[in-house]
Design a protein around this ligand. Structure first.
Ligand code: ADE
Ligand code: ZN
Length: 330
């Protein structure tokens, strides 16, 4: 099995419908409006975000979040992942009645439990939600910058990219950058190439969440390749949410051929009937990546991970050893 690494997954969006149903039972909430027959149901990006918010609202204690992270990471490890960075949202925790500190501590406990069981390394990228506005995003950045938790290594912004202009969020990203956090931002999903360009100009991110609609502007694709900005590509999410009509129309192969540094990610896996294994399988079946190319995708993710250099070196060695063993077996 090719070893994998995931840089782009929203922890609340990783909650399995069965887990959300058991949380709903615990808290006496009816979830039949968005979960039935063991699956999430929504019909467009806005109703997806509403289902996401409603599911997130059912995780209310430190232990709820520990169990969520542990379940997600042990599942990821069983698909061959050695590293995961997931997005957290202190705003969602506060809306569910939990402090950002307790939320982060719970998730960190889940990371530790999954690591003890499977060896998977995990880190946390705190995000602000764009459509909650600049003040909320700045508050999330300030929390990320001051919480002092060793597993919080990055800051990003998710949510509806069509809301607000990047200039409104510059302060938030400056706060995070000055605290030494890695920077990523969602752009080029529901916004076009101009949105990606504005994100690069205003935030100087090391990585872009999605970024795939950069393909609409060849000069921008060249810039992304030249500057080595890493794209957190989520192919199944893009097709399920209708960003592209099918895998045959997905720009992964074009961006790859242009020399962009690409990774593969599941975004909100059970919402999109995906997982890291399926993303790699899609890249193999639809984008023509063989096992050597898929391993290179994992290497790119580890190189771009917001992790200390000692851990990065150990992960890269583990990947090289697995690749050498695979070459011998062939
Ligand atoms: N939050 C959770 N999933 C998201 C996505 N695909 N785009 C933007 N924000 C999100
Ligand atoms: Zn995302």
């Amino acid at each position: 099995m090719v070893l994998k690494a995931e840089l782009h997954c929203h922890i609340e969006g990783a909650a399995l419908p069965t887990l959300v149903e058991s949380q709903a039972k615990k808290y006496g909430v009816d979830v039949s409006a968005f979960i039935h027959d063991g699956a999430y149901h929504w019909h467009d990006f806005s109703s997806f975000l509403a289902a996401y918010d409603a599911a997130a609202n059912l995780f209310r204690s430190e232990e709820d979040y520990a169990a969520l992270a542990e379940t997600y990471l042990t599942g990821l490890a069983s698909e061959g992942a050695v590293y995961s960075e997931f997005f957290t949202s202190p705003d969602h925790a506060e809306r569910a009645g939990l402090s950002p500190q307790a939320y982060t501590e719970g998730l960190a406990q889940g990371i530790a439990r999954a690591k003890a069981k499977t060896g998977i390394e995990g880190r946390i990228v705190v995000t602000g939600v764009r459509h909650f506005g600049p003040a909320a995003v700045e508050k999330a950045a300030r929390f990320a910058a001051t919480c002092g938790h060793p597993l919080v290594t990055g800051f990003g912004m998710a949510g509806d990219e069509r809301s607000g202009h990047p200039r409104d969020f510059v302060r938030a990203f400056d706060i995070a950058r000055e605290a030494g956090l890695g920077i990523t931002v969602h752009a080029g999903e529901f916004g076009g190439a101009d949105s990606v360009e504005a994100a690069l100009d205003h935030f100087s991110p090391a990585r872009i969440g999605h970024g795939v609609r950069a393909v609409e502007k060849p000069d921008l694709v060249r810039r992304i390749a030249e500057e080595g900005v890493v794209l957190e590509v989520c192919p199944v999410s893009n097709v399920v949410l209708g960003v592209f009509p099918g895998f045959a129309h997905h720009p992964f192969p074009q961006l790859y051929a242009a020399g962009c540094r690409l990774t593969l990610n599941s975004d909100d896996p059970p919402h999109f009937h995906t997982g890291i294994g399926r993303e790699y399988a899609v890249a193999s079946e639809h984008f023509g990546l063989d096992e050597t190319a898929l391993t290179a995708v994992t290497r790119t993710a580890l190189e771009a991970a917001f992790v200390d250099e000692e851990t990065r070196r150990a992960l890269l060695l583990r990947l090289a050893a697995a690749e050498a063993a695979r070459a011998v077996a062939e």
